[in-house]
Structures are given as C-alpha cells and as structure tokens.
Write a new protein. Structure first.
Length: 325
C-alpha cells in the first residue's frame, strides 16, 4: 500500500534527472559548446573513470543490511537478471551488433540508486533503505562487469579485436574498467577498520554526487547533437524497454514468490526486490556505450524511453505487484 505522499516523492526523485537532461539539451540548442562531441567525450571520461566509481564505492561501502536474509535476498536480486540476460542472448542472435550489445547492457542494469532507493523508501518507508542499498550494491557488483562484457562481446568489434590482440578481448577490456572494481574494492574495504576509510569516504561521496547530474547533462547534450537519429524509435529499442520494465519485474516476482515459499526471504525484502527490478535503464550505461562507441543511440533511447514509461507506469504497477504477494 502506498504511503501518504509517496507518488510525490517518486516524482521528486525523478524530476532532477529530467531537469539535468533538459539543461544539456538547452546548452546544445544555444550552441554554448563550440564542439559538442569534444565536450561529450570529456564529460564522459570524468563520469566513467572518476565520478561513477567514487559513487559506487561509497554506496556499497556504506550500505546497511541484515546478514540473516542475505542468501535469499541475494538470489532473488541476482537470478532474475541472469535469466533475463540468458533469454536475450538466446533470442537476439540475429540483431545488428550495436543493438544487441546495447540491449545486453541496458536491459540488465537499472537506475537502482538514484531512483530505486528513493522509490523503495516512498513505497515501503525509510526502514528499507538498508535493504535497498544492499540491492543496489548487488546489482552493481553483478551487472557492471557482466554488462560491460556483454556490450563488448555482443558488439561489432569483439571478434576482430580478439583475433588481433588476445589481451584486448571483451573480458580483458571489461576488467580494465574502474567501474568493475569499485564495488569489489568497497566490499573488501568493509572488512578493514572503519578509521582507515574515514578520510576516503567523504571525498568519494562528494565526487560521486556529481556523477548523475553530469552524466544526464552529457546525455542531454548528446540528445541535441543526435536528435534526428534519436527520434527514430526502433523495435529493438522498444524490446529493450519492455525487457527492462516488464520482463525483469515478472522474473523477479516469480523468484520472490519461490523464495517466500521456501521461507528464504521476508515479505518486506521481497517487495524491495520487486521495486528495484522495476527501475528504468541506468545512466551509467551511456558512459560505457560512449567509451566503447557501441550502441550509443540505442542506449540513449532506452534511458529516455524507459524513464518516461517508468514515470507513467510505476505509480500504477507498484501497487499491483505488491498486492500479488
């Protein structure tokens, strides 16, 4: 059941994202950047190699959760994403490589931090923020390395680069990304004395706070620069949006019901899993697509389209999903 004012909280969480996106588009419209493509490349490097890794490290390190339901919660969070990616891998072999690579990344990684955590708090109350943060950490640990690998593996460059230079294959390139190591290092850091991390976490949170606004501004600028191409919605874009917003939540619901039957997860934790699975495509995906030059248009259309559909459908979908439990 929705709490009082929860819809307003969800919309308040989403509106800054749309405002940052609109700002980038307006800056492009008014030609404040002489070479928008250079600005996009510079902003993307800042997000990909500094801001997003800092944000992920800080969020994973500071996440609070109860160990007693970790196994069931972990399974319910991760298994639906893995099943979705297996289904996409089996059903998209004939797709154009750019679209296929983007679909593997965009359908698997949701906006589970900036939208997911506030949405969980809005629907269920502030007591679930720890579980929502754990869910975000689990998604990041699994989908950042796996999604990066799929982008490179399914993308158009994988086969030629792997033959030419084995160390430049999809796995090797994915492992060179700071985004891949940020959540792993944060989990390891949780075992260290807290005093060691005090001088680090504050600056990480401060720098990481710039990640989402800068990335969205960059996407808005890219939307303006490529607006004619991006207005041409393709069936593959709709397929990615449907996979992210409808297929993944359905798989998550099945997994949560199975875990509830086995008494491996609490009802409240199951609701957190469902809400996080319903989030739109993450902004981080564009930073990766831009870096490797694979599926940028598809990813941008997926981010914008899934966010709009999410804002229209989530206020109706969330109560229905929760009522089924």
């Amino acid at each position: 059941m929705w709490r009082s004012g929860s819809l307003a909280i969800v919309l308040a969480a989403a509106s800054p994202l749309l405002l940052a996106l609109a700002a980038g588009f307006v800056f492009g419209l008014t030609k404040l950047f002489e070479r928008p493509e250079h600005a996009i490349a510079a902003l993307n490097r800042f997000c990909l190699y500094l801001a997003f890794p800092a944000l992920i490290f800080a969020n994973v390190y500071t996440a609070e959760f109860a160990m007693r339901e970790l196994a069931g919660f972990t399974a319910a969070t991760i298994v639906p994403t893995l099943v979705l990616l297996l289904l996409l891998g089996a059903s998209t072999r004939r797709l154009e490589p750019h679209a296929r690579g983007a679909m593997g990344l965009g359908a698997g990684l949701g906006n589970i931090a900036y939208l997911g955590i506030p949405s969980c708090a809005a629907v269920l109350g502030p007591q679930v923020v720890g579980l929502a943060s754990l869910s975000a950490a689990l998604h990041i640990v699994v989908t950042i390395p796996l999604g990066t690998w799929l982008l490179l593996r399914w993308g158009p460059r994988a086969s030629t680069q792997t033959r030419a230079r084995p160390l430049s294959g999809p796995l090797a390139r994915a492992l060179r990304q700071p985004l891949v190591w940020a959540p792993i290092l944060a989990l390891l850091a949780r075992a260290a004395p807290e005093a060691w991390l005090v001088p680090v976490i504050g600056p990480m949170q401060w720098i990481g706070g710039a990640a989402s606004p800068v990335a969205l501004f960059m996407i808005g600028l890219y939307l303006h620069a490529q607006r004619r191409e991006l207005l041409r919605l393709r069936w593959t874009d709709a397929m990615m949006i449907a996979a992210k917003l409808f297929v993944l939540p359905a798989l998550a619901l099945a997994c949560v019901l199975a875990c509830l039957e086995l008494d491996a997860i609490s009802l409240e934790a199951g609701k957190v899993v469902l809400i996080q699975a319903s989030m739109p495509t993450a902004i981080t995906t564009f930073a990766l697509a831009e870096e490797y030059g694979i599926g940028r248009e598809t990813i941008v259309r997926g981010i914008v389209g899934s966010t709009i559909v999410f804002m229209l459908s989530f206020p109706l979908l969330a109560p229905l999903l929760l009522a089924r439990l």
